[in-house]
Design a protein around this ligand. Structure first.
Ligand SMILES: O=P(O)(O)OC[C@H]1O[C@H](OP(=O)(O)OP(=O)(O)O)[C@H](O)[C@@H]1O
Ligand SMILES: NC(=O)CC[C@H](N)C(=O)O
Ligand code: SF4
Ligand SMILES: [Mg+2]
Length: 487
C-alpha cells in the first residue's frame, strides 16, 4: 500500500515537541507495583516510548521490568505483575532526551544500582545539562557506565559519595548535577522524592490508605483514589516510610522556574499545578487570545486534544460559537510513530479528520496550543479548506516556539522550529491562512495567574524567550547551540 507523500514532512512526528517523562512511586501499600502501573497509565501522555517498574519485597529482593511501549500493553498481565511483588515500588514512562534517543532498553528507567548499604532504583523526569561533562569525568575516574542516559550520572556520583546512607549520597550527587530533575527513588525501606532547586518539573505527594505515593501529576493520584497532600517544593527532598515523611532542602536556593509549557501542553488538563487547574489555565489562555487577537468568524474549533480548553475560552470571550470542526480518532496515541516515512506522512489524517458537514461555507477560527514545525497547522488548514471553509484563522495558545528545550523535552533543533525561521507574517504566508496570531508572553503569564511577565519571570519560558535559567553547559561545550546573545 502506498500513501501520497506530503511535501512538508520528512519525519514530522520524529521532529515534534515530544513530551517528557512521567514518574510514580508508592510505599506502604499492598501490591505497590499495581498502583504504580495504574499511576503510570495516567501519566502515559508524558512518555510513550517505554516504561519500567522496580519493586522490592523482603525475602525476594528487588525486581525490575522494563519494556518498550505502552503501560497498558506491558503492565496489565498477572504474569508480569507477579514478578513485581512488595509494598514499595516506583516506575517511569519515558521520552528520551539524552543518550541513544529511545533505541536502547538499557536506557529505560527506573535505573537500578546496588550500593554497600543496599539497592536503589531511580526514576528521573527532566534533563541534566552537564551530563556529558560529568560522564567524561566519571569515566576518567573509573566508572563503568551501563547506559547512555544522563540519569546514570546520578548513580555514579552516588557511588563516589562517602556518605553513609542512600538519601545522603543522593543529596551529594544531585548537588553536582545541573539542569532539571524531578526524581522518585526507592530503597528497601524508603521512597524518596526530590526536585531541582528551580522546580522545573512537577512532583506531587499523595496519601493512599496507610501508604504514601509520589507522582508527576495529580491525575495519577486520582486514578488510584489517592488523596493529594501537597506539591514537593522546588529544592525539597521528601523521604517517605510507612512511619511518616521527612523533609529537607539540600540545595542552595534558586529562583523558581517551573516550566510554563506544562500549563500549555504537557500536563493533563485534569491535573492541578501550583493550586490551579491546568484546564482552567488553558481556558484562560483562550480568553487572553480572544482579547489580544479578535476576528470576525462563524465558528471556533479546537485542534484536538490539547487545543480544546483554549478554544472554549476563545469562544466564551468572543461570543463566537464553539464547535467540533475537527474530530480525533480516539484510538491513536498522542504522537503517532510508525516505521516508514510513507505512513508517518499520513499522520494527521490518521489522527484528525474534518467534520465536513459543519465546516462548509464557514469562517473558522482554529485554536491549537502550539506550533512547533507547523506541520499540524499546515495539514489541518488544507483539510479544512478542502472541506469548503470560507476562511481559516489560526489562533495559537502559546507564543511562537523559537528556542529548543534542554530541560526534559525532546525539541527539534532550532533550525526546524518554524518560529525560529520566520516572522508571524511569514508563518501566516507559509501556512497560507487568512490570519495567524499567537498569545503574548504577558497574556500567557496572566492566564497562569501572574500579573504579566516580570523582569524576573516566575516560570521557565526559555522556548519562547530564549532566556535559559540554567546554561546548557554540554550544548555550549559541544558548539551545538547558539544562544540569544549570539543570535
Ligand atoms: O507544529 P507541529 O510540529 O505540527 O507541532 C504542534 C502540534 O503538536 C502537538 O500536537 P500532538 O498531535 O503531538 O498532540 P495532541 O494530540 O496532544 O495535541 C501540539 O498540540 C500541536 O498540535
Ligand atoms: N523526558 C525526560 O524526562 C527524560 C529523562 C531522562 N533525561 C532520559 O532521557 O531518559
Ligand atoms: S524551555 Fe520551554 S519546555 Fe523547556 S522547561 Fe523551559 S518552558 Fe518548559
Ligand atoms: Mg496538538
Amino acid at each position: 500500500m502506498t500513501f501520497p507523500r506530503h511535501p512538508f514532512d520528512s519525519a514530522w512526528n520524529g521532529d515534534k515537541l515530544r513530551e517528557e517523562c512521567g514518574i510514580f512511586g508508592a510505599i506502604g501499600v499492598p501490591d505497590a507495583a499495581t498502583f504504580v502501573a495504574l499511576g503510570l497509565h495516567a501519566l502515559q501522555h508524558r512518555g510513550q516510548e517505554a516504561g519500567g517498574i522496580v519493586s522490592f519485597a523482603p525475602g525476594v529482593g528487588f525486581n525490575s521490568v522494563r519494556r518498550f511501549g505502552y503501560v497498558r500493553d506491558n503492565f496489565t498481565s498477572s504474569d508480569v505483575m507477579q514478578q513485581l511483588p512488595g509494598q514499595i515500588a516506583c516506575g517511569h514512562v519515558r521520552y528520551s532526551t539524552s543518550g541513544s534517543k529511545g533505541a536502547a532498553i538499557r536506557d529505560v528507567q527506573p535505573l537500578f544500582a546496588e550500593f554497600a548499604m543496599g539497592g536503589c532504583a531511580i526514576a528521573h523526569n527532566g534533563n541534566l545539562t552537564n551530563a556529558e561533562q560529568l560522564r567524561a569525568e566519571l569515566i576518567d575516574r573509573g566508572s563503568i557506565f551501563q547506559s547512555s542516559s544522563d540519569t546514570e550520572c546520578i548513580i555514579h556520583l552516588m557511588a563516589r559519595s562517602i556518605q553513609r546512607s542512600i538519601p545522603e549520597r543522593m543529596k551529594d550527587a544531585l548537588r553536582r548535577v545541573e539542569g532539571a530533575f524531578s526524581v522518585i527513588a526507592m530503597t528497601r525501606t524508603k521512597l524518596i522524592g526530590v526536585r531541582d532547586p528551580r522546580g522545573v518539573r512537577p512532583l506531587m505527594l499523595g496519601r493512599l490508605g496507610e501508604g504514601w505515593v509520589m507522582a508527576s501529576e495529580t491525575c495519577a493520584l486520582d486514578i488510584i483514589g489517592a488523596e493529594f497532600v501537597r506539591e514537593i517544593a522546588p529544592g525539597e527532598m521528601v523521604i517517605a516510610t510507612p512511619d511518616g515523611i521527612e523533609s529537607s532542602f539540600p540545595f542552595d536556593a534558586k529562583p523558581k522556574k517551573f516550566c510554563i509549557f506544562e500549563h500549555v501542553y504537557f500536563s493533563r488538563p485534569d491535573s492541578v499545578i501550583g493550586g490551579q487547574s491546568v484546564y482552567e489555565t488553558r481556558r484562560k489562555i483562550g480568553v487572553e487570545l480572544a482579547k489580544e487577537a479578535p476576528v470576525e468568524a462563524d465558528l471556533v474549533c479546537p485542534v484536538p486534544d490539547s487545543g480544546t480548553p483554549a478554544a472554549i475560552g476563545y469562544s466564551q470571550e468572543s461570543g463566537i460559537p464553539y464547535a467540533m470542526g475537527i474530530i480525533r480518532n480516539q484510538y491513536m496515541g498522542r504522537t503517532f510513530i510508525e516505521p516508514t516515512a510513507e505512513i508517518r506522512n499520513m499522520g494527521v489524517r490518521l489522527k484528525l479528520n474534518v467534520n465536513r458537514a459543519l465546516i462548509r461555507g464557514k469562517r473558522v477560527v482554529l485554536v491549537d496550543d502550539s506550533v512547533v514545525r507547523g506541520t499540524t497547522s499546515r495539514k489541518i488548514k488544507e483539510m479544512i479548506l478542502d472541506a469548503g471553509a470560507a476562511e481559516v484563522h489560526f489562533r495559537i495558545a502559546s507564543p511562537p516556539t523559537q528556542w529548543p528545550c534542554f530541560y526534559g523535552v525532546d525539541t527539534p533543533e532550532r533550525e526546524k522550529l518554524l518560529a525560529a525561521q520566520m516572522s508571524v507574517e511569514e508563518m501566516r504566508e507559509h501556512l497560507d491562512v487568512d490570519s495567524l496570531a499567537f498569545v503574548s508572553l504577558d497574556g500567557l503569564y496572566r492566564a497562569a495567574g501572574e500579573k504579566g511577565r516580570a523582569a524576573e519571570p516566575q516560570f521557565c519560558d526559555a522556548c519562547f524567550s530564549g532566556d535559559y535559567p540554567v546554561e546548557p553547559t554540554d550544548q555550549i561545550a559541544a558548539g551545538r547551540v547558539r544562544l540569544k546573545a549570539d543570535a
